[in-house]
Design a protein around this ligand. Structure first.
Ligand SMILES: [Fe+2]
Length: 353
């Protein structure tokens, strides 16, 4: 298990706040719920004070176990913050909001961002925060990918089991996640290391075959048997296969929501320190090793309001897939799970000139 060495967690949070460009004139708010992650609040508040900023803590009395993805189904978009206007207003007054409860996909998050606050989600186990601590090189490579994705009009990805699906792009912005944020109104997640966008609402078509070894979140499991999905005009119209397909189909049906069959974000992972195998021995947290690992194609279903879309289903499934090939306007970006664009390659894989 990775340790902090001689640093304390608050020291690590101070380094994170420095990456976030925190200034002495700025205000940091830390959001927690119930008795969860109070040590995160203490660490960030202490770090912010040491850096000379003004800091405060918003602690919601009620806890929603569904947001952490550990208990019950992982229901996104509806949080206890929605019923607490004074707390929303307090958070909007900050320059930087540290969210330890998962506001992503909620209207309140968008409102806070629109007020100009930059937002950082931080809820993974401390060891994961250490292992995947961000740096400027990761940011540069993720932003390079974001520029490529933003210029493309079509994304296609395939794998050896028969996946061949096309996304018509241009309807939604590109979102980069590299683990810190220093721009007003911008959201990020520590830890991460990937980028994505969404296809047009009716512009995703093809077949996806989720392969053994691919990961399904929020199940936090490795697929054992192929899952065949048919997607037409941005909707999953068929799910078939054996055990894993039945499990996924039943999970989606449990929401009793047609919007659960929509297609959410699509992109690829660039964090060479994130490990595909990590989940085999550590199932804590949301699972950012699995979502971020280098060369994965991160396919997802359900809501797209984080991109500005209208699908607000609470059923969100993230599926990091291995060994895929991904093309932007027919140009290869990832081939058989390997990033092939020099500017996005991990430093140890870049050929010296
Ligand atoms: Fe997702």
């Amino acid at each position: 298990m990775t340790s902090l060495g001689s640093d304390t967690f608050s020291d690590l949070c101070a380094k994170e706040l420095e990456l976030c460009g925190l200034k002495e004139t700025e205000i940091v708010a830390v959001l927690t719920q119930g008795d969860e992650r109070l040590e995160y609040a203490d660490a960030f508040l202490g770090a912010a004070e040491r850096l000379g900023a003004t800091a405060f803590h918003v602690r919601l009395p009620r806890q929603s176990p569904n947001l952490g993805g550990d208990v019950g189904s992982w229901q996104v978009g509806t949080t206890p913050l929605a019923a607490n206007r004074p707390a929303v207003e307090a958070l909007k007054a900050a320059d930087l909001v540290i969210d330890t409860m998962f506001l992503l996909f909620s209207k309140e998050q968008l409102e806070i961002q629109e007020a100009g606050a930059r937002m950082l989600l931080c809820m993974e186990p401390i060891e994961h925060l250490v292992q995947l601590f961000p740096n400027t090189n990761l940011r540069e490579r993720v932003e390079f990918g974001g520029d490529l994705l933003g210029k493309a009009s079509e994304l296609r990805f395939t794998n050896k089991l028969g996946t061949d699906v096309r996304y018509r792009l241009g309807s939604y912005p590109v979102i980069t996640e590299y683990g810190y944020t220093d721009e007003p109104g911008r959201w990020d997640h520590w830890p991460s290391g990937f980028l994505f966008t969404g296809g047009a609402d009716d512009g995703v078509d093809g077949k996806i075959v989720i392969a053994p070894g691919d990961i399904i979140y929020p199940f936090k499991t490795y697929v054992q048997t192929p899952i065949h999905l048919t997607i037409e005009s941005g909707r999953i119209v068929d799910i078939h296969g054996d055990f894993d397909a039945n499990l996924l189909a039943d999970y989606m049906a449990s929401f009793d929501d047609e919007k659960a069959y929509g297609i959410a974000h699509i992109g690829w992972g660039l964090n060479e320190r994130a490990r595909w195998s990590y989940l085999a021995t550590d199932r804590r947290g949301l699972g950012m090793h699995g979502r971020s690992f280098y060369g994965n194609v991160l396919f997802s279903t359900g809501p797209n309001q984080e991109l500005g879309g209208t699908n607000d289903t609470q059923c969100h499934v993230d599926i990091p897939m291995r060994g895929c090939s991904l093309y932007l306007d027919n140009e290869p970006i990832v081939v058989d799970g390997e990033v092939v664009v020099e500017e996005m390659k991990a430093a140890h894989l870049v050929k010296s000139a």
